[in-house]
Design a binder for this molecule. Structure first.
Ligand code: F6P
Length: 361
């Protein structure tokens, strides 16, 4: 009798488009390729593993979900102590509970789909003795070792569409629009959507901005006959002045700021410096919602089937990745070792500069 393979699927951290396509890719490929397989869908990310809360997934569970946004398994964030532990509210390690479920279900492997934080926490599960394969998902595109993550392109499409729509109203009223995009401390999403939508200024965390220079770009546009301007601003954008503050001073400044996010502060300063009517748009989680774009559907499917392949070959402790258009995998410890910020010499940054987009520096 052929050996039984038991796999648990986990979607962890913030959701994004393409998670269900990836779940489907893993599940369909395993049922196609193995004679004997049991697949468990753990509910709400690591919570399902901690509390042994799961759904046994049959082949039919992997149908009809390709185009659905979010995750059919649910997701959650756990408290993660960098490089050390995953803990509950009281600081108690949750790794023993996870290992307990892993052993109780007699699992061969966990397939964990997650962002940057999840890659790091998945490494702790691996170190605790569990076989782990991870898939890189996030709209931030900040996972080290992969050219892109699923979810990213869908978010770029949405963010681009938001700015396209704002263009018409900005133009009618001759206003400045500051559009705040997600991405945490990485500027991939803002740069890509900013270029795709023809933003006039793109502010990313990797290149601190000088507000005077941004204001001058806008004034120059007005002198040149362009009464409106679009500033695509990453949620993690920082001014040259603020970048010099130490952690404590930055925290105090943030706490005493009258503005809820960076884009409101930028808008207020620009209005004062240019005298132009200014508005803020923050699409927020809208960028993570809705169906995956075709690129993400295909990418997540490929990542999912690659994970199934690694399981069949019993190659654990790896993250599936896309490198130079080829689906491959890298050691999880490498993927979890750092965050992939946008290099300041990235060709896309040069492209932006070449067509006259200001990076605020
Ligand atoms: O990491 C994905 C992301 O959407 C970031 O771009 C954003 O900063 C964060 O998650 C928002 O987190 P939450 O969903 O917890 O509000």
């Amino acid at each position: 009798m052929k050996r039984m393979t038991r796999v648990a699927l986990i979607t962890s951290g913030g959701d994004c488009q393409g998670l269900n396509a990836a779940i489907r890719g893993v599940g369909k490929a395993l049922y196609e390729r193995l004679d004997r397989v049991e697949i468990y869908g753990m509910y709400d990310g690591y919570r399902g593993l901690i509390e042994c809360d799961y759904k046994f997934m049959e082949p039919k569970d992997f149908s009809g979900i390709l185009t659905r946004g979010g995750t059919i398994l649910g997701t959650s964030r756990q408290r993660y102590i960098p490089g050390k532990d995953i803990v509950d509210e009281e600081g108690r390690s949750l790794l023993p509970d996870m290992l307990h479920t892993y052993n109780r279900l007699n699992l061969d492997c966990l397939v964990i789909m997650g962002g940057n934080g999840t890659q790091k926490s998945a490494k702790l599960l691996m170190d605790a003795g569990m076989n782990v394969i991870t898939l890189p998902k996030t709209i931030d595109n900040d996972i080290y070792g992969t050219d892109t993550t699923f979810g990213f392109q869908s978010a770029v499409d949405i963010a681009t569409n938001v700015i396209d729509y704002l263009h018409t109203t900005a133009c009618s009223h001759g206003r400045i629009f500051v559009v705040e995009l997600m991405g945490r401390d990485a500027g991939w999403l803002t740069l890509s959507a900013g270029i795709a939508s023809g933003a006039d200024v793109i502010l990313i965390p990797e290149i601190p901005y000088d507000i005077e220079k941004v204001a001058e770009v806008i004034r120059a546009r007005k002198r040149g006959g362009h009464g409106f301007s679009i500033v695509a601003c990453a949620e993690g954008a920082v001014s040259i002045k603020d970048q010099k503050l130490d952690e404590e001073a930055a925290r105090r400044k943030k706490e005493s700021s009258p503005y809820s996010t960076v884009s409101y502060a930028i808008a207020a300063e620009l209005e004062k410096l240019t005298g132009q009517d200014t508005r803020v748009t923050v699409p927020g989680h809208y960028q993570r919602g809705g169906p995956p774009c075709p690129y993400d559907r295909a990418l997540a499917t490929q990542f999912g089937t690659a994970a199934a392949d690694l399981i069949i070959k019993q190659q654990y402790g790896r993250m599936v990745a896309l490198q130079n258009s080829v689906i491959t995998s890298i050691p999880l410890e490498e993927a979890a070792s750092r965050t992939k910020f946008l290099p300041v010499d990235h060709p896309m940054i040069q492209v932006a500069r070449d067509i006259g987009i200001s990076l605020g520096d």
